[in-house]
Design a binder for this molecule. Structure first.
Ligand code: ATP
Length: 442
């Protein structure tokens, strides 16, 4: 992490997310387990919203992409074919003095976990020689814990898509170009997890692999670059905070011809949130070689058989969630507010009776019951109205509805906007229409 100011923003966010039930340390009552987190009642709602927005853009709004949900444990040969057994490694060094561990390829920006300061030349003089470390988690299938029964927790969801290429193509009667989308957990035994949920060892990916004619790869690559950057508008992320970063020849993964990351400016610097890769015919070629199955596609119009190229868009769900929180977090003089886009916000609307008398609670409860089932909503009749608004501001709730004395006389309610704190009166009968328009407007 960077200077103390940025650290404090992250620290405040971590404490807010715990206090309000977004994110908890895993196994906290046992002292926690490094880099594992649990999503609480508000966090799970954001996560679900992000996944829904992604699925909507990638699957429901198109007819050339199908979804799947492949298993986490796969045949071990998959990971030989993919290159992970041999090459999914990080170089690491250990400090002989303080026992801290570092990625040898990230020493320039390394912060010592013990001193919390950037590492020095003196630190470097105490480092061990570089070692390679495979990031795949291993386990055993069945009761015998021997090499023959070793399997891996998948380090990416993509391979589950490649091995199902023909299954999906045939069953869904797809022709090239078409894509397969998947959301699911992936596991990487990261050397240096950290920055809260930015880099963890268990995380969720949202990946879409698009199969194209080999000579159309560059066109589709540009298409997906554009599409994916535009998607972040739906999440309400500020545009100046996003940029592309192209991988240089040295940085390109073994399978990639071209790769661009979409990066976000976190308090701890610019970092990748999504990768867009031209994986060429590498993966299907390798699976053809290792499985002995023909992975080619027969193009009946061109009357030719070929291995499609793959354009991959791969995004971390947890990292996107962190992005939405960081981007939305704001401290004002009187309040802390999460300016989450309505579509992302965990609770869409809170309903309050101004006071607990004169029939106001009954009307507020009726409004609550009418909205229940459509949105995640929250009814609150305790404490001052100002306090109730502030509580919803820091939970990111975009709208509050208050039943007050005017409601009793003319049937209108107050709508209070989180961002501007502006208040307007609307007809009770128009609440649903109003929310529908505001929440689904992106
Ligand atoms: P990094 O360079 O940050 O390790 P990567 O280039 O290895 O990432 P990819 O393999 O391209 O990442 O994975 C695609 C996406 O999955 C990333 O953009 C990120 O959002 C997410 N991701 C990857 N590793 C992690 C992790 N350890 N924790 C959380 N999300 C991750």
């Amino acid at each position: 992490m960077g200077n103390s100011k940025t650290i404090s923003v992250m620290d405040k966010l971590v404490s807010l997310t715990k206090r309000r039930g977004f994110i908890f340390q895993s196994s906290e009552i046992y002292g926690g387990i490094n880099s594992c987190y649990d999503y609480g009642p508000l966090g799970i709602e954001i996560k679900k919203n992000i996944k829904d927005l992604w699925w909507k853009a990638m699957v429901y709004e198109r007819d050339d992409i199908e979804g799947i949900d492949a298993s986490i444990l796969m045949h071990p040969r998959v990971w030989e074919a993919s290159g992970h057994v041999e090459g999914f490694t990080d170089p690491l060094v250990d400090c002989k003095k303080c026992k801290a561990r570092f990625r040898a390829d990230q020493l320039d920006e390394a912060i010592c976990p013990n001193t919390k300061k950037p590492i020095t030349d003196e630190c470097k003089s105490n480092f061990t020689d570089q070692r390679s470390f495979n990031l795949m988690f291993k386990t055993f299938m069945g009761p015998l814990e021997d090499a023959a029964n070793q399997v891996f927790l998948r380090p990416e969801t993509a391979q589950g898509i490649y091995v199902n290429f023909h299954n999906v193509r045939e069953s869904a009667r797809k022709k090239i170009p078409f894509g397969i989308a998947q959301i699911g957990k992936a596991f990487r035994n990261e050397v240096t997890p950290g920055n809260f949920i930015f880099r963890t060892r268990e995380f969720e990916q949202m990946e879409m692999q698009y199969f194209v004619k080999p000579d159309e790869d560059e066109k589709w690559f540009e298409y997906w670059k554009d599409k994916r950057m535009n998607w972040y508008r739906r999440l309400g992320i500020r545009e100046g905070k996003l940029r592309f970063n192209e991988h240089t020849d040295n940085e390109l993964a073994h399978y990639a011809k071209t790769a661009f990351d979409i990066e976000y400016e976190f308090p701890f610097g610019w970092h990748e949130i999504e990768g867009i890769h031209n994986r060429t015919d590498f993966d299907l070629n390798r699976h053809m070689e290792y499985s002995g199955k023909d992975m080619r596609f027969f193009d009946d119009q061109a009357n030719e058989r070929y291995i499609p190229y793959i354009i991959e868009t791969s995004i971390g769900c947890d990292r996107t969630l962190l992005t939405t929180l960081v981007d939305a977090y704001e401290e004002e003089e009187e309040r802390v507010v999460l300016r989450l886009a309505p579509a992302v916000a965990p609770i869409k609307v809170a309903i309050f009776p101004l006071v607990k008398k004169d029939g106001m609670p009954e009307i507020a409860e009726k409004i609550t019951n009418d909205l229940r089932g459509e949105y995640r909503i929250f009814y609150d009749d305790s404490g001052s109205i100002g306090r109730r608004y502030r509580r919803m501001d820091e939970a990111g709730t975009p709208f509050c509805i208050t039943v007050d004395s005017e409601t009793l006389s003319d049937g209108t309610v107050t709508i209070r906007y989180r961002d501007s704190m502006k208040q307007e009166r609307i007809e009770q009968n128009n609440i649903k229409k109003f929310l529908h328009k505001e929440i689904l407007s992106i």
